[in-house]
Ligand binder design. Structure first.
Ligand SMILES: Cc1cc2nc3c(=O)[nH]c(=O)nc-3n(C[C@H](O)[C@H](O)[C@H](O)COP(=O)(O)OP(=O)(O)OC[C@H]3O[C@@H](n4cnc5c(N)ncnc54)[C@H](O)[C@@H]3O)c2cc1C
Ligand SMILES: NC(=O)c1ccc[n+]([C@@H]2O[C@H](COP(=O)([O-])OP(=O)(O)OC[C@H]3O[C@@H](n4cnc5c(N)ncnc54)[C@H](OP(=O)(O)O)[C@@H]3O)[C@@H](O)[C@H]2O)c1
Length: 589
């Protein structure tokens, strides 16, 4: 109904209308995906179970045929869908352009990673079913071998070792390789591997390209065939001319009639046919390999993905100009840079590639400062946590400056070549689109909010946001120095503009025995907003709910998973003030 109204109003649907309609089914999104899978599975199962063109193949392979084909159709769907959430530039474009006007719809785009994982898990499960069914099929090809169906049978003789079918045919061999590749990809995608050694996950996940190539070969093998001459050879008919007739075991009462041939036509058997439903034919069944439908499913999304990768390659092939590198306390480094025509929105992230550090590795970092119309500079803050960030830091900052007593230390010299890919979208972009937002950062998780705060410092009026609760939890007092200046300037700006309620800053120092302060006169405003210990989340939510009765508060969290779990739970809780908390989360692991 909704679809009809929209289409009629616009007459010729624009891209934005179509997108809006497609993405508006947020509530039923999973239902649509599940229904599509079930429908495909069931339709294909019935086709191979009852379709006359598969009569002989079904007789030979039984349930294995139906299960292998039905699972293959689910695999086709998911192997094509799984690529779409990985078209990150396209998603970032959709999120930012006015093509997706509703917030609910834009939030759906943030679920792209979950959707990618769901498709991945489905591929694993149905690959299991597909492989098991094909193992049974290989056995049945060998056991049910018949001389009169040589064309249809993948085995070359009765009792041929089914393992030969697996390792000497194109579909068999590619299938075995695909199982191996998939196994590697699954095991390397587990949370434990991603966190402990991201590179293993990254390199094995890139085997997806090999997987798709194998898939294309796998389906072109043409082992399963359908019957082409259903008109002249109805399935199961008795062929008076050919081998089928000789080999067919007729019921006893009929076999008497067929002892001799029928001179001058088929009047006698025809009569018999009418009474006993036995069909007579003169032709052998002819078979032909199925057209590989997988190509139709996969080629569109694969081309889209490749086009996007090519676009990203071209876009990122010019290095940035590094303007300054600053060493901050607690192992954090800030890089400011410029690049021609680079545009980004607050909350977005970029991917850094520094060939001098590693020729293959790329690492994502959230922009802490976005380029504006008047200022082309943009920046990131990196926490040194592992080998890449460590080597990158050593390259940009000489050891003497790393140990400098007075931080921040600003370095200006000749830098190695640095390439960036992006920007890419994130849920944090949405924080400016709520009237009230609660932004919670844990440690270095502050970076997306830093770019939001920088944007507000520039000009807050164009945005919907009218009140921002900014909560930042850190382990040591020094960490607050990363953005202490920004927070102070912002605080003063809103006081001067007589809007002291616009930003509510709360800093929490989680690990300390005594009272501490962010040293320096200019940080007085922050010292009075510094609390010792972890925040009391429930109290905080109650307070925000009370002050913003009946409103929708956008909740954003970037930091340790434990914080986001608590916030997610509290956001879903009802409160007596009619305030709705809408949780938006980005996952980093
Ligand atoms: C969208 C996004 C935005 C980020 N923004 C920032 C930021 O603003 N500032 C910041 O300091 N850090 C940020 N990170 C984390 C940063 O990417 C990692 O700390 C960095 O890649 C670590 O690399 P390493 O080799 O030094 O450490 P490793 O010891 O290899 O890894 C440390 C942790 O980082 C993760 N990681 C490693 N490599 C990658 C990668 N290529 N992609 C994603 N995660 C990886 C691993 O899961 C591991 O848990 C962000 C991560 C993501 C996904
Ligand atoms: N900007 C980004 O986009 C980005 C970049 C890198 C990392 N990350 C994510 O951010 C996380 C933080 O990185 P980090 O190493 O800087 O953080 P961290 O130092 O491990 O933790 C930051 C603070 O969060 C507090 N905390 C943890 N769980 C809490 C809870 N349930 N309630 C209240 N406070 C809690 C910690 O308190 P305690 O001292 O009491 O534990 C600590 O003070 C990483 O795990 C990563 O997933 C995000």
């Amino acid at each position: 109904m909704y679809v009809c109204v929209c289409l009629r109003a616009a007459q010729v649907p624009t891209l934005s209308t179509v997108l809006h309609i497609l993405l508006s089914f947020q509530a039923g999104q999973q239902l649509i995906w599940v229904s599509l899978n079930v429908l495909l599975f069931w339709k294909t199962f019935l086709l191979y179970n009852q379709g006359p063109e598969y009569h002989y193949l079904h007789q030979m392979l039984g349930l294995g045929l139906c299960l292998s084909r039905a699972s293959a159709s689910v695999l086709n769907l998911n192997c094509s869908l799984i690529l779409l959430p990985m078209c990150r530039t396209l998603l970032a474009y959709l999120r930012g352009s006015q093509k997706v006007p509703s917030r609910r719809t834009r939030r759906l785009l943030d679920k792209s990673r979950t959707f990618h994982i769901t498709c991945g898990v489905t591929i694993c499960i149905f690959s299991g079913v597909h492989v098991a069914a094909h193992l049974v099929n290989a056995l049945n090809f060998s056991v049910n071998y018949r001389e009169d169906f040589v064309e249809l049978n993948a085995a070359r003789y009765r009792e041929e070792d089914p393992r030969k079918l697996l390792f000497t045919t194109v579909p068999g061999l590619t299938g075995v390789c695909m199982v191996l590749v998939l196994f590697l990809m699954i095991t390397a995608s587990t949370y434990a591997i991603r966190v402990s050694n991201y590179d293993i996950f990254w390199y094995t996940h890139n085997l997806f390209f090999v997987f798709y190539m194998l898939l294309m070969l796998h389906v072109s093998g043409g082992l399963l065939k359908y019957q082409t001459n259903l008109d002249t050879h109805p399935p199961g008919c008795i062929n008076l001319n050919g081998t089928h007739f000789q080999n067919t075991h007729l019921p006893e009462h009929l076999s008497d009639h067929f002892h001799e041939s029928f001179p001058g036509g088929f009047s006698k058997p025809d009569e018999l046919t009418q009474n006993t439903f036995v069909k007579i034919c003169m032709e052998e069944p002819r078979f032909q390999a199925n057209f590989p439908q997988t190509w139709l499913w996969i080629s569109g999304p694969l081309c889209l993905y490749c086009a996007e990768r090519l676009y990203r390659c071209i876009r990122s092939n010019k290095p940035v100009t590094i303007i300054s590198v600053t060493s901050h306390p607690s192992d954090v480094m800030e890089i400011r840079m410029v690049k021609e025509n680079f545009k980004a929105r607050p909350g977005q992230y970029i991917i850094l590639h520094c060939p001098s550090v590693s020729a293959l590795e790329n690492h994502p970092f959230t922009l802490t400062m976005c380029p504006t119309e008047t200022k082309a500079t943009f920046g990131v803050h990196l926490k040194i946590v592992g080998d890449w960030t460590e080597r990158f830091r050593d390259l940009l900052l000489p050891p003497s400056s790393q140990d400098s007593e007075i931080l921040p230390f600003i370095q200006s010299r000749n830098y190695p070549k640095l390439y960036i890919d992006g920007p890419f979208g994130s849920p944090f972009e949405e924080s400016l689109n709520y009237e009230v937002s609660l932004c919670v950062a844990g440690g270095i998780g502050v970076t997306p909010f830093a770019s939001i705060l920088n944007t507000l410092l520039d000009d807050w009026k164009p945005y919907k946001l009218r009140r921002l609760y900014f909560i930042w939890v850190c382990r040591d007092i020094q960490s607050f120095h990363w953005f202490a200046d920004l927070l102070c300037v912002l605080y003063n700006k809103f006081w001067q503009e007589n809007r002291p309620d616009y930003v509510n800053i709360q800093l929490y120092l989680s690990q300390t025995d005594g009272i501490q302060k962010i040293i320096g006169e200019k940080y007085q405003a922050l010292n009075s907003r510094l609390f010792i210990g972890r925040p009391r989340w429930k109290l905080l939510f109650d307070e925000i709910a009370k002050c913003n009765r009946g409103k929708t508060v956008g909740v954003f969290c970037c930091g340790p998973n434990s914080i986001s779990k608590i916030l997610h739970k509290l956001s879903n809780r009802n409160n007596s003030y009619g305030t709705r908390f809408e949780y938006n989360k980005e996952s980093f692991s």
